[in-house]
Design a binder for this molecule. Sequence first.
Ligand SMILES: *[C@@H]1O[C@H](CO)[C@@H](O)[C@H](O)[C@H]1NC(C)=O
Ligand SMILES: *[C@@H]1O[C@H](CO)[C@@H](O)[C@H](O)[C@H]1NC(C)=O
Length: 426
Amino acid sequence: MLRRFIRPARRLPLWLLLSVAAPFVFEVIVHLWRYSVPRPASELDTPFFTTCQEPDVGAKRENAIFVMLARNHERVKAKKTIISIESHFNKWFNYPIMFLNDEPWDPLFIQELNATVSGKAMFEVIPREQWTYPDWIDPAAAKENIRQQGETSTPHAGEEGYHHMCRFYSGKFYELDVLKSYKWYWRLEPDVDFTCAITYDPFVQMARHKKVYGFTIALWEVGASCPGLFRATADWKEMMGVPANNLWKSMVSASWMPFPFRSLLSWLPHRDRHGDTWSLCHYWSNFEIADMDFFRTRAYQDYVEYLDKKGGFYFERWGDAAVHSLAVAMFVDPRKVHHFEDFGYRHDRLFQCPANAPGGQLLESPLLGNGTNADGTTSTWSPEMENGIGCRCECDGRETQNYGGYCLNKLKQPTSLRRPWFTWLL
Ligand SMILES: *[C@@H]1O[C@H](CO)[C@@H](O)[C@H](O)[C@H]1NC(C)=O
Ligand SMILES: *[C@@H]1O[C@H](CO)[C@@H](O)[C@H](O)[C@H]1NC(C)=O
């Protein structure tokens, strides 16, 4: 009985099966190999410092500015951020801070925040034409679409202002008259915490090490916010003949489907026209220390203009974090991207907080103090741990864990020796 079922299969010779399958298997292997990212011979991006430093308050500053987009009703949250960055960094370095609003400022906001900064504070209003629909978008259709997006669970997709904000931070921001004279910026948001002392000047270090883009947290984008973004980006990249560097390859999850069936996958979202997909990994752009000249390049501005014409800032909810990340992956040498893994940073429920450096807390520093405050209270630093790189971090017991370790490892793949097993597969 059993033999009767088996026999027909036996008649198809194994050699025939194998020789039909072999070219497909071979093609898949070659395809995956094209997207493999070689392990570097040494770490190509390391922390600038791994212990506290005596703040060099007399050193030459870079041409840099903090930028925070805030609304009048976010006064308390904005102040919280400024108090945090001033006490952990800027009281020693006094960089100016620019507050941007899409509406006229409430005098109370100006008064309170101006009194909170140690450097110069500026309060600017974004020109109306940079915070509205472009000519080629029908506002009524866009508004209706945004209303419908609001009925889905995609975060902020139903907020018109949020769409303008993402578009603004993606492209127009760097071209603002009030920012034109600055090269570097550090982006702040209302309601974030810095949880470690930052005792060196990151702008100076970025310039010295020829870095272009600095981040703290990497994570997955919400796929439903941008089903067409990767395709648009990959199409543009091919159209312009931009070669794929290792950072781009680390963003792409190459498909295991053999040609020609692979191409059929291109009908699915987050796929390029060959059927390969974006892992959705990106840098969380609410923290950014970056060289604005990168965003001002012809290539970057052309890319964003192309995206803008596609309408995805309104008819989907393309975020500036995803746009920045894909652009960095497309244009920037991976060695020029810096992970500030020594910074403690929290926004929403996501955080990064390193363990403190053993013997590196510089208790004798006159500027940093010995941990006993003027009022007699003592600072509650987290314990020092082997391989810790933090300076006086206060992590509430949540140290060393960067949310979304998968994405962090993915995006650091071209520069880092430390790789978990599952990234070897891709
Ligand atoms: C902020 O305060 C300083 C003095 O502390 C003052 O000179 C400056 O004009 C104020 N800036 C604004 C925008 O109010
Ligand atoms: C730390 O500094 C405070 C003054 O800032 C001083 O009163 C205290 O004795 C110092 N503690 C140690 C252990 O040096």
